[in-house]
Design a protein around this ligand. Structure first.
Ligand code: 1YM
Length: 646
């Protein structure tokens, strides 16, 4: 390395440059969010963003991403090639500047609707800073040029011409620096989902993802972008209309909105994007959309006298069963993001722009398609009735029936003593026997135990009323105490953590899925605010044969090997087939006590994946489920909507 560095003549600007990249290495999380798998993949998105921007400027529609055998990854495009000329003031090749200077996407070029601007756009220099090495090969102006950086962004092979070519484009290949990340294992699924989402939004860009490690290859290209996106989200559901796709490219703020209602669905599924970046906390564009659809439906219902003296429909009555994707292109000068993670659009003009456009288009559709409109109003009125009935039932339960409710609960629930709800935890436990053990092993102050009898009901595509007729779920609803469906108010939850604790076998995994389906459908804010967890009981206990005071727990085969060698022979291995085989002390120590347990926090990072998996796994169509289970036998679906925490 030191040898290589000598080739390069340093000046004062270089020192600044290296200090910049050094800053990234000192505090990587500040630039890429984290140093776990998510941060690792951020390195990929930065490079892909540049290739996408080039494609969106009209140069090269094909982008190929390859995971290589040596732990590196490459991104190849067919654009103009990154400029190689010497930068006037910095006096180094432009390409070198791009990979060694921290910048936001807009600094080097003036693209109007850059995807790398705004949110995460820290640029490919961050990928360079956090790589063991990074190679750039450029096909441009008839020649192939190459430059190489190593050890956190030092130029080790200055820009050189390798030969002639008639191709044009850029290939960036890099190997992440293992000392900067908790994992450097590129995940096929993560990249697959990201590229698929991008391809839905970008219509004209074609991605190919290859994995040399497993000989896999997958192409993503969706000519009817958002329409196909909604189609995938709503597959296996009963659609009430075709997918409606409205587009306006005439104004400064460009937008496309695709919507579809499904009759057996009781949730709203609204996803919004700005310049192809997900705005997960919504913002002005979503507000405008909600206002528009509420007004359009109420106006239609009123002018056709369909409400028959009833109150106007609530927004939530109208959004039940609605899937919508809102994609805006906003020029950089008007971009405003808010919130801690900058996931919320702040641009004020977006609200009116979306509201006026969607109101006009959707009102017209309602007027022209009476059969659909009438069915929609009927569905909305059903939602309104259910909402009013549920609210009344809840108010009754609060007042007159309070004693009766408490009595029902006292039969099943072992409550926590503290009234400090945020710090209380509810353990939903598989079976009465494990429930008993958990009760004895719990922290009385903060932990409550609710045992479940048998397999919970499959709540995919059933109504709130049907769900509430099930005693187990009715009990769960009153235990959590924050309502259900539209009336669910997460701030009223009596627990800060809801922890699903089942046996570590396929039955346990099935119960987890059934409970997650319930939370996803009827208490979704509990999931989105990260309050649902899965407890991870150990699989083994390794005990010293002649000294039973020496023992260790193991959660998988790897920790089992470690435990064997730490305990040393002779040892004996207990395999836990269920929670019931542990005594209270063991269960407390391994699975329940905050200091020593492992919990998996359930999150919805990729709504596309969650929706598909839930529909496939819990839906009515058994053939798709069978096929899926056959292809994915080991229940690894769990990691599509969970992330690990301690
Ligand atoms: C695999 C990653 O970075 N492609 C890429 C980047 C650029 C260009 C073309 C490009 C842009 C422009 C003009 C322009 C970049 N150029 C710059 C900068 N692929 C990848 N392909 N000519 C070429 O925007 O005007 C930054 S990125 F700053 F030089 F313009």
């Amino acid at each position: 390395m030191a040898q290589d560095l000598k080739h390069h003549a340093y000046n004062e600007d270089d020192i600044d440059v290296l200090e910049g990249l050094q800053g990234v290495r000192k505090r990587p999380a500040m630039y890429i969010g984290s140093t776990n798998a998510m941060g690792l993949h951020h390195l990929v998105w930065e490079v892909v963003d540049n290739a996408v921007d080039e494609a969106l400027s009209g140069f090269g529609e094909l982008i190929t991403i390859t995971i290589h055998n040596d732990g590196s990854l490459s991104v190849q495009d067919e654009g103009r090639g990154i400029p190689t000329g010497i930068h006037k003031t910095a006096k180094v090749p432009a390409v070198e500047l791009i990979f060694t200077t921290l910048h936001s996407g807009g600094k080097f070029s003036d693209k109007a609707y850059s995807s790398s601007a705004g949110l995460h756009g820290v640029g490919a220099s961050v990928t360079n800073a956090l790589s063991e090495w990074l190679d750039v090969t450029i096909y441009r102006d008839g020649v192939v040029s190459h430059i190489k950086f190593a050890n956190g962004g030092h130029t080790v092979v200055p820009l050189e011409v390798l030969g002639k070519t008639n191709k044009h484009g850029t290939t960036v290949r890099f190997k992440p620096d293992a000392s900067m990340f908790t994992t450097v294992d590129f995940k096929w699924d993560t990249i697959y989902n990201h590229l698929q989402e991008s391809a839905f939004l970008l219509k004209k860009v074609r991605f190919i993802l290859k994995d040399e490690r497993a000989n896999l290859s997958q192409e993503f290209y969706y000519e009817n972008g958002l329409t196909q996106y909604v189609g995938v989200l709503n597959q296996n559901k009963e659609a009430m209309s075709p997918i409606l796709d409205f587009e306006d490219t005439t104004s400064e703020i460009k937008m496309e909105i695709a919507v579809q209602y499904c009759s057996q669905d009781y949730n709203e599924n609204i996803l919004s994007y700005v310049n192809n970046i997900r705005t997960k906390d919504g913002g002005t564009h979503e507000t405008g959309f909600r206002a528009a659809i509420t007004r359009a439906v109420n106006d239609f219902a009123n002018s056709n006298n369909l409400l028959k003296g009833k109150n106007n429909l609530d927004g939530s009555d109208i959004r039940e069963g609605l899937t919508a994707i809102i994609s805006l292109k906003i020029p950089e000068s008007k971009l405003e993001f808010e919130g801690q993670t900058k996931g919320k659009l702040g641009t004020p003009e977006a609200a009116n722009a979306v509201q006026n456009f969607f109101y006009t288009k959707f009102s017209y559709y309602l007027l022209e398609n009476k059969e659909f409109s009438n069915a929609l109003i009927k569905k909305c009125l059903d939602s309104q009735n259910a909402r009013i009935a549920a609210r009344k039932a809840r108010d009754d339960a609060r007042t007159t029936n309070k004693k009766k409710q408490d009595l029902i609960l006292s039969d099943k629930l072992t409550p926590a003593q503290s009234k400090d709800y945020k710090n209380n935890e509810l353990f939903i436990v598989e079976g009465d026997s494990a429930g008993g053990t958990a009760k004895a092993g719990r922290d009385r102050l903060h932990q409550a135990i609710l045992p479940l009898r048998g397999k919970p009901l499959n709540t995919d595509s059933i109504t709130i009323e049907q769900m509430l007729r099930n005693t187990e779920f009715a009990t769960l609803v009153s235990t959590i105490g924050a309502g259900v469906g539209q009336n669910f108010d997460v701030s009223e939850a009596k627990y800060g953590k809801i922890i699903i604790m089942t046996d570590a076998d396929t039955d346990g995994a099935h119960i987890q899925t059934l409970l997650l389906t319930f939370f996803y459908h009827f208490m979704r804010p509990l999931v989105t605010s990260g309050m649902v967890y899965i407890a991870v009981p150990p699989l083994y206990r390794v005990v010293k044969e002649n000294d039973s005071r020496k023992f260790m727990y193991a959660w998988d085969d790897k920790t089992l090997e470690e435990a064997k060698s730490v305990i040393g022979s002779p040892y004996r291995i207990n395999r836990y087939k269920g929670l019931g085989e542990m005594n209270a002390e063991q269960l407390k120590e391994t699975t329940m006590s905050p200091g020593s347990r492992t919990l998996i926090q359930v999150s919805i990072e990729d709504p596309l994946v969650v929706e598909q998996r839930i529909t496939v796994l819990m839906g009515k169509d058994t053939t798709v489920r069978k096929k899926w289970v056959e292809e994915n036998v080991n229940f690894n679906y769990v990691d599509t909507f969970v992330k690990e925490v301690k």
